[in-house]
Write a protein that binds this ligand. Structure first.
Ligand SMILES: [Fe+2]
Length: 309
C-alpha cells in the first residue's frame, strides 16, 4: 500500500499548486476550489483510452472528489463505456427513467414527451445527498453529462466531506464515529418529491431504510469523510426521531459551508464525475421555461464502513 502511494505521488508533479500534470498520460489537472473539484484537460472521453490514462483519471478523481471534463461529445454508449472503466454500472433503482436503448444511462430532465410525461427524473437531488446512499451498497461514483441546460440556475454544488470531517474537533470526530445514520428513500420521496408520481408498494419494498456509519472511511484513500446529507439521511440510529433529524441537519449544514463547496455551472458537453464516498452534492433551482437534459451513469460501490485511523 505504501509503495503504491509513493508510486502514484511520483507520477503526478507539483500537486501543491493549482495546476499539475501527469507525465505519462499527458493529462493536466486544474483545481477548481480549495477543497474539492478539478478540471481534467487533455483527454477525449469518447475515444478508446489506455489503462494508464484511466489510472491517472482515477487517481485525480479520488484525490479531489470531483473531476470536470469540458467540451466532450459523448453519446449514451460512449458515456456508458467510459464509466465502466471504474466499476460495474447500475441503472437507477427505479427503472422508469433508464434509457431503453442503453439502460445503464438514466435521464434527468424536465422535457415533456408527446404524451405530456416527463422523459426523465425532474428536480432530482435538490437537497444535499450522496447518490443512492439509501441502499446497502451505495453508488461509488456518478457521471453526469450535460446535453442541454438553462442559461442560469440548475448548477450542481459539491461539498468535500473530507474537509468537513477534518474541520470537526477531535472529540466530535470520535463521538460521530460511533454513530450510524438511517438513509430512507421512501421517506425522501414522500417528504420531498411530492410533485412526482409516488413510489409503488413494490418500489418501496425494494428500498427499505438502511443504516450506514456517520463517519465513512474511503475504500481507496483511507481518509475519513462525513457521510450524512439532509436529503436522504432521515435520522440517527438509536436516537429519538426528531433529535436524530436535528443532528442530521446540523451536520449537513456544517459540511456544506461555502468554504467546503465547489459550484459547477453547466455547459453543454460537460461531463462531471464525482466520488460519492467523499462528497455530497445538490442541484439548484431553475426556470422551467428552459429545457434541461442530462444523462447519468452510476458505479456500484462497496458497503460503507468505518475504520479508525
Ligand atoms: Fe444526486
Amino acid at each position: 500500500m505504501r509503495q503504491l502511494m509513493e508510486k502514484t505521488m511520483s507520477s503526478a508533479t507539483d500537486t501543491a499548486s493549482d495546476t499539475y500534470h501527469y507525465e505519462h498520460s499527458g493529462i493536466t489537472i486544474r483545481k477548481l476550489s480549495e477543497h474539492v473539484g478539478v478540471e481534467i484537460e487533455g483527454v477525449d472521453l469518447a475515444s478508446p483510452l489506455q489503462a494508464h490514462v484511466i489510472r491517472d483519471i482515477k487517481d485525480a478523481w479520488e484525490r479531489h472528489g470531483v473531476a470536470v471534463f469540458r467540451n466532450q461529445e459523448l453519446p449514451p454508449v460512449a458515456h456508458r463505456d467510459f464509466s465502466a472503466h471504474f466499476g460495474p454500472l447500475v441503472g437507477h433503482v427505479l427503472s422508469r427513467f433508464n434509457m431503453s436503448e442503453c439502460p445503464e444511462v438514466t435521464l434527468i430532465s424536465n422535457v415533456v414527451n408527446d404524451k405530456g410525461e416527463k422523459i426523465g427524473a425532474d428536480r432530482a437531488g435538490m437537497l444535499w445527498h450522496s447518490d443512492m446512499s439509501f441502499v446497502k451498497r451505495p453508488s461509488m461514483g456518478s457521471l453526469l453529462y450535460c446535453v442541454e441546460c438553462p442559461p442560469v440556475g440548475a448548477d450542481t454544488q459539491f461539498a468535500s466531506m473530507y474537509a468537513a470531517y477534518e474541520a470537526l474537533d477531535s472529540e466530535d470526530q470520535k463521538h460521530l464515529a460511533t454513530l450510524r445514520a438511517i438513509h430512507d428513500y421512501p421517506w425522501h420521496y414522500r417528504t420531498y418529491l411530492k410533485h412526482r408520481t409516488q413510489l409503488t408498494p413494490e418500489e418501496e419494498a425494494k428500498t427499505p431504510p438502511v443504516a450506514h456509519p456517520v463517519v465513512r472511511t474511503h475504500s481507496s484513500t483511507g481518509q475519513q469523510a462525513l457521510y450524512v446529507g439532509e436529503g436522504l439521511t432521515r435520522t440517527i440510529e438509536g436516537m429519538e426521531e426528531s433529535e436524530g433529524r436535528k443532528l442530521v441537519i446540523e451536520l449537513s449544514d456544517f459540511a456544506t459551508q461555502p468554504q467546503f463547496v465547489y459550484a459547477h455551472k453547466w455547459r453543454p458537453g460537460d461531463l462531471v464525475f464525482w466520488d460519492n464516498r467523499s462528497t455530497m452534492h445538490r442541484a439548484t433551482e431553475f426556470d422551467d421555461r428552459y429545457r434541461r437534459l442530462m444523462r447519468r451513469t452510476t458505479i456500484l460501490g462497496d458497503e460503507p464502513f468505518y475504520r479508525a485511523a
